[in-house]
Structures are given as structure tokens and as C-alpha cells.
Design a protein. Sequence first.
Length: 215
Amino acid sequence: MGRSRLVLLKQMADGIAAEFGSNCEVVVHDLSRRHINNSIVYIVNGHVSGREVGNGASRAVLHALRKAPGDLKDSYSYLTRTDNGRIMKSSTMYIKDEDGTPRYALGINFDITSLVAFESTIKTLTGSGEETLNPGEAQPRHIPQDVNTLLDELIQQSVELVGVPVPFMTKDDKIKAINFLNEAGAFLITKSGDKVSKFFGISKYTLYSYVNINK
């Protein structure tokens, strides 16, 4: 049954990409934990994000693996960005087995960079000069090309969350940062424990004891 779902998803990916053209990337992730380092099993128009079959998990994949199946919801029309700064309008849908376990993720990433630039030009021509960017406006999520880059970003985000450089972090600060990483699914990535413990200057035993403190 899982195999037939994958065949259907590949057919859907081809159809969606054909409908919207070369600016529309459609990607299928295998959500099995054993595939986290190479979760992409099919991709059309991979030039949009620079990814290919065999590349690793996105945040959407880590999110799916960390969430209880009943709490996992599809996400529609959110902004993402690529390594070279291109802006995309993205959606992620989770395909589940009969028992409700997430099996695949179907992602659609439509490159709207030229549309955003055109919109900016129009606003320049028609604006009054009193308009400013909304500081609360959500920033596009970065789509990394590999899990190592994703882990680096999550670690940096954990430091920003605490707001204190690592050398000045207290035990409670490190617990907060490490539990953020755990909730984000960082420790699902192969050998992430080694990298995180080294970054925070603690042993792996201490690392996993911190993870368990708030359980």
C-alpha cells in the first residue's frame, strides 16, 4: 500500500509541476526515520531550491516526526527562501497510513521572487512615501539543502532564543536551548548529539539529561 501511495504522489507531483511550470518545485519526502538524512524520494523542478533526490530532511519532515500523528496539520501558503535568496510560496501536506501514521510529505514551492520584485516596484510608483514594512511580518523560512545545514540553523536559533552567548550561558540557559532543539526534532538527525554537546561544551550524558529534565 505504501508503494502505491508513492506512485500516486509521483503522478500528482508531475501533474502539479506541469500545470504551474518550471517555477514550481514539487517534492516528496519519505517520513521513515531511517530516511531522515536522505528523505527526498522524488522531486520535480529541483532547480528551484537546488535540491535533488537523496537530499535530507526539511523542517517540515522533522516537525512530522516530532508531532503526535493526531496533532499534525497540513500547512498552506507560507513563505520560504532558498540558499541564493529566492522567495517561494510553499505548502506542505502529510500523507498518512491507515493507522494515521505520517508516511510521506508532499511539498509545493512556487518561486515568486519576480512577483515580489514587481510588487515592490508598483508600490514605489503608487505609494505616498509614508509606508513602511510591517516589523511583525513573518520572515520566509530557509529551505536547507542538507541536514547538516538544517542542524546548524536550529542550533543558532536556540542561541537566539536564549539571547546569551554560549560562554555566558547558565545551566538553565543551556537546558532551555537544548529542549528547544529537542522539540524541533534536531536529535533525530544522525550524530546531532555529538555536534550539539560539543557546541554547548557539555558531555553527551549531560546533554541527554538536560533533554529529560522537562519531561
